[in-house]
Design a protein around this ligand. Structure first.
Ligand code: SF4
Length: 378
């Protein structure tokens, strides 16, 4: 790991700040000052921590410490209000983070319905963060999979994405209502400890309640059990995407290791809070997993789980060998679920004009910088 990342203060918990402050023989109230400055004020440099003496800020810098805040390398604004950020880490790697004002017209990240009219510019917004650079899970409909996995993000880099977007959008939770989803690049449960540390810092430091966070997994079953036992725990979403094992193994090779039976068993035993529902995400691929028969199989699969299903018509991208189903096919699928008593919501795809599906921006930029721009899937 690069020195710059090792010496970054962003990502430290209070106990780690205490050790850091000790190293400089400073009084313990410096812990709270630093914690507030990094997470609540979201400073970008040590010079901005104005309640520390200049000599102390200099001493931190001389010993190689920095805030370590990632910066926005580029920004793409969609016609629908979605903003897609490419955020640069201190080692020059970039990750995608997405800002979605006003939910997506379907079910909102905090479990309520999006779309009510207010006099504000937006009533709520959702930030979608990445947990890894690239991803090793190899889902066949996902552009991030084509990147392979480069490395895990640190807790500081995960929190840093949120801080960078909040600064850029000039909003501040908890006064501004922000939902957070771990649905960007990467599989959060393959970077479990850093994601859980980031969650704690986002709750305690940044001020986003865990009830407004959702973490999405492709189905790393042992980690679903661990996650259920966490004292600070966001809501859980499971990326289902198939109605039987044969199809799921083809679309999501991880299903070979943890089959639908194991996954659904973990879902059934997941300790939900009162009124909480688990979410199943289901990306609809034209003529692959979107038939009425598939919908009926999904009903059978999720039976006995207090859950809702989010249906997402594939957001097409360069190098993806699947098509987007027609709207009437999506609605017919939803109707079958709803008729069987399974709450199902159609999620409006966001930012299609700026390649807003997971991994699309980074991959699209990489493709456009290769000779012929051709990509083979899988
Ligand atoms: S859908 Fe998620 S888990 Fe699957 S390859 Fe893409 S980033 Fe990884």
């Amino acid at each position: 790991m690069a020195d710059a990342i090792k010496k970054s203060l962003l990502g430290l918990e209070r106990s780690e700040f205490a050790a850091f402050v000790d190293e400089f023989n400073e009084p313990s109230y410096r812990v709270q000052q630093l914690f507030e400055a990094l997470y609540r004020q979201r400073v970008e440099s040590l010079e901005q921590v104005s309640n520390l003496p200049a000599s102390l800020r200099r001493a931190f810098t001389e010993r190689g410490y920095s805030v370590g805040a990632p910066h926005i390398a580029s920004k793409f604004q969609s016609l629908d209000g979605t903003v897609r950020y490419l955020i640069a880490c201190t080692d020059g790697q970039t990750v995608e983070t997405v800002w979605m004002p006003e939910g997506d017209g379907g079910e909102a990240g905090d479990g309520t319905e999006a779309g009510e009219e207010t006099s504000r510019r937006w009533a709520r917004a959702t930030i979608c963060v990445s947990s890894q650079i690239g991803c090793a899970v190899d889902c066949q409909f996902c552009l991030t999979a084509l990147l392979g996995v480069k490395r895990n993000l640190t807790a500081g880099e995960i929190v840093g994405q949120v801080c960078a977007v909040l600064r850029d959008q000039r909003v501040a939770p908890p006064e501004d209502r922000i939902n957070l989803v771990f649905m960007g690049m990467g599989e959060p449960f393959l970077n479990y400890d850093n994601c859980m540390k980031a969650v704690r810092l986002l709750v305690e430091g940044v001020g986003i309640p865990e009830s407004r966070m959702t973490l999405s997994t492709a189905g790393i079953v042992p980690r679903i059990h661990d996650f259920g036992a966490e004292s600070v725990r966001p809501k859980l979403a499971i990326s289902l995407n198939a109605s039987n094992d044969e199809m799921r193994t083809r679309l999501m090779p991880i299903n070979k290791k943890w089959s639908l039976a194991l996954l659904l068993e973990a879902a059934r035993s997941f300790p939900l809070r009162p009124r909480e529902r688990l979410t199943f995400e289901y990306v609809l691929l034209a003529d692959v997993n979107d038939s009425p028969e598939h919908a009926r199989q999904v009903v059978e699969l999720v039976r006995g789980v207090r859950a809702k299903v989010n249906l997402i018509a594939l957001n097409p991208g360069p190098g993806i060998a699947f098509g987007t189903p027609q709207a009437d096919r999506v609605l017919a699928f939803q109707k079958i679920l709803v008729a069987a008593g399974v709450p199902a919501f159609v999620r409006r795809p966001r930012g299609r004009d700026i390649y807003a599906a997971c991994g699309q921006l980074k991959r699209t930029l990489e493709i456009s910088s290769t000779e012929d721009g051709r990509v083979q899937l899988g």
